[in-house]
Design a protein around this ligand. Structure first.
Ligand SMILES: [Zn+2]
Ligand SMILES: [Zn+2]
Length: 130
């Protein structure tokens, strides 16, 4: 697939990447229909890396380059074997935060403050160039 990836400030590159793998048991694969460009993305482009990982992310293992864009919607095109609340063909808006579920914030119901929080479109992608 073709993607625009952030490598460093003022360094965006259109690249050919491997197709995403089949989703893990509790994951879904979403074909993006629309994606916003957030102030976070603009700051990352102008002065980053700020929140994109220059070393492997402690929760996701991802690091730059990343495909920016964390405010998006689309259609579910594949689901993992353990997914029960989404099905192929569902139109979805995505809550992009990825959290550990075990830290002091997550156990208090505050996953948006997770000590190791990641985010789709900033610190989740582990994609290989073709
Ligand atoms: Zn945003
Ligand atoms: Zn946490």
């Amino acid at each position: 697939m073709r993607a625009l990836r952030f490598h460093a400030a003022h360094d965006l590159r259109v690249e050919e990447l491997a197709e995403p793998p089949a989703p893990a048991a509790d994951d879904v694969l979403v074909k993006v229909a629309a994606c916003g460009i957030c102030g976070t993305d603009l700051h990352e482009y102008a002065a980053g890396p700020i929140v994109t990982p220059v070393e492997p992310h402690p929760l996701t293992g991802a690091q730059n380059p990343q495909i920016l864009g964390h405010e998006f919607a689309g259609e579910v095109v594949a689901v993992g074997g353990g997914v029960t609340r989404a099905a192929v063909g569902d139109r979805v808006a995505v809550m992009p935060l990825v959290f550990c579920g075990r830290c002091r914030y997550c156990v208090r119901g505050l996953p948006h403050l997770c000590d190791r929080m990641g985010c789709v479109g900033l610190s989740l992608l582990v994609a290989k160039n073709l």
